[in-house]
Design a protein around this ligand. Structure first.
Ligand SMILES: [Cu+2]
Length: 290
């Protein structure tokens, strides 16, 4: 993998007015936004037939769930949020939530030509859906490359946290209250207050947090500083295949994560990575104490 050609693809979502000027962020409507890849509308990416490239994908949108698909090509996921997977995951489509990153290997098709990299139709919840939209065009051209093989086994976890005994468990609840007045985006019934500490953790502690979603919307859960491993989704045990720092909370579901609070004392945050939710209160403060 090390010697492969790399492409970094940063996806953003931007609204332009009729003169082609970017609308100020606060006035943008997500349903009028255009997707950009590295700041361009539908750029071209070149690959040779049979060539394997490493693509570093970044969902840098404020609140767009990207279900990614590349015409004629499977995606071989090898990393999540900057962390290697233990083994390659071959998928036809890959959901990249706001704030998450994924590395994939792409092997250029044996037939030269143009292939579309698309955000596919995604129906996440009643309020969260994305249309099918073109993101980039992949041009397969040039001298064929032979002998390149997608590796299956990658890098073992530095530690698998799933079988170990934790120091402490916590339950955290995300909720959206739609009633009179502005919609409230809450964690444990409260909007964020930077002067309040919501979780006090001992330095070095090994904890399991179950994060419940009491709302009908998806919320990409994100915490700063220390990555986590997801050990359960909706109460069902799942195989740990990587460290992560952002993971979607399914509507009316939950994720259970395990993490160690290493190296740093002090305050930092966990929050929904859907920026509208985060900016309207869906964030909490953790303080790590010696
Ligand atoms: Cu949210």
């Amino acid at each position: 993998i090390k010697g492969l050609t790399e492409q970094t693809l940063v996806f953003q979502s931007v609204e332009f007015d009729e003169t082609g000027t970017i609308v100020p962020a606060d006035n943008q409507d997500i349903h009028r936004q255009t997707k950009t890849t590295n700041g361009l509308i539908n750029p071209t990416i070149n690959i040779r037939p049979g060539e394997i490239q490493r693509w570093r994908l970044v969902n840098a949108t404020a609140e767009t769930f990207i279900l990614l698909g590349l015409e004629g090509h499977p995606l071989y996921q090898i990393a999540k949020d900057g962390n290697a997977l233990t083994r390659t995951r071959k998928v036809e489509r890959l959901l990249i939530e706001p704030g998450t990153r994924a590395d994939v290997l792409v092997k250029g098709h044996q037939f030269t030509g143009a292939y579309e990299l698309r955000q596919l139709l995604w129906l996440g919840s009643e309020r969260q859906f994305e249309p099918d939209e073109l993101l980039a065009t992949i041009v397969v051209d040039g001298e064929p490359v032979t002998g390149q093989v997608v590796p299956q086994d990658l890098i073992p976890l530095s530690e698998n946290l799933s079988g170990l005994t934790v120091d402490r468990t916590r339950e955290i609840r995300f909720d959206v209250k739609r009633c009179d007045g502005p919609t409230q985006f809450l964690i444990d019934g409260q909007m964020v207050d930077m002067n309040r500490v919501d979780q006090t953790v001992r330095l070095g502690a090994f904890e399991e947090w179950t994060i419940y979603n009491d709302s009908a919307d998806w919320h990409p859960f994100h915490i700063h500083v220390n990555d986590f491993q997801v050990v359960k989704v909706n109460g069902e045990t799942v195989d740990v295949v990587s460290w992560e720092d952002t993971r979607g909370l399914p509507p009316f579901g939950s994720i259970t994560i395990r993490h160690r609070f290493l190296d740093f004392t002090g305050k930092y945050v966990y929050h929904c990575h859907l920026l509208f939710h985060e900016d309207h209160g869906m964030m909490g403060v953790v303080e790590v104490v010696a």
